[in-house]
Design a protein around this ligand. Structure first.
Ligand SMILES: [Fe+2]
Ligand SMILES: [Fe+2]
Length: 179
């Protein structure tokens, strides 16, 4: 099954975005003394970087090529809402992103004629993304107990930005199945 150009670009975008996300989370480890948070961030970072590895292997396995990608989902967030700086901003944006990824990968998996290797990778990702969603949600819920308005506002702002970014990307990559 030949790899079409648009699919190759999309998979490279996934690869680059997983890596970028992992690097950001890894940097956040230095910003906390909370042992549980150190553990969760380190694990999450490692898994996103591993996802980048899995996409890299997937692209090679299906005969695609590793095109350099400077554009990532995270870079689009920065363009839209500025660089998230605090732990709350980074984790709120992570949660919005993870929800998006989960929905998007679920839709991608349903695309008729999807390459079986790509499908297998997506299935594996979805399993780990569930864990990412739940620990970050738990952390945000704890924060909301003491600064609920702040958490709600930042989430709302990011959800709006995310929808705009996703709509743009879906058009740019010609993803008629994205929603
Ligand atoms: Fe991931
Ligand atoms: Fe994730």
């Amino acid at each position: 099954m030949p790899v079409i150009h648009s699919e190759n670009s999309l998979l490279n975008f996934y690869r680059a975005s997983e890596l970028h996300g992992g690097l950001i989370l890894g940097q956040m480890v230095r910003r906390t003394r909370d042992p549980q948070l150190i553990l969760e961030l380190t694990r999450h970072s490692a898994e996103e970087i591993r996802h980048a590895q899995l996409w890299t292997e997937t692209i090679l396995e299906i005969g695609g090529n590793l095109a350099p990608v400077r554009d990532t989902y995270q870079a689009r967030y920065v363009e839209a809402v500025g660089t998230p700086l605090s732990m709350l901003e980074v984790l709120a944006l992570t949660q919005v992103f993870e929800r998006r990824v989960y929905r998007h990968f679920t839709l991608h998996l349903r695309v008729p004629g999807i390459h079986p290797v790509v499908a297998a990778t997506l299935r594996r990702m979805l399993e780990e993304e569930r864990g990412h969603l739940s620990w970050v949600k738990h952390w945000l819920d704890e924060q909301a107990k003491v600064r609920g308005v702040e958490v709600r506002d930042v989430m709302r702002r990011y959800v709006i930005a995310d929808q705009r970014i996703y709509d743009c990307l879906s058009t740019e990559y010609g993803l008629r199945w994205a929603a």
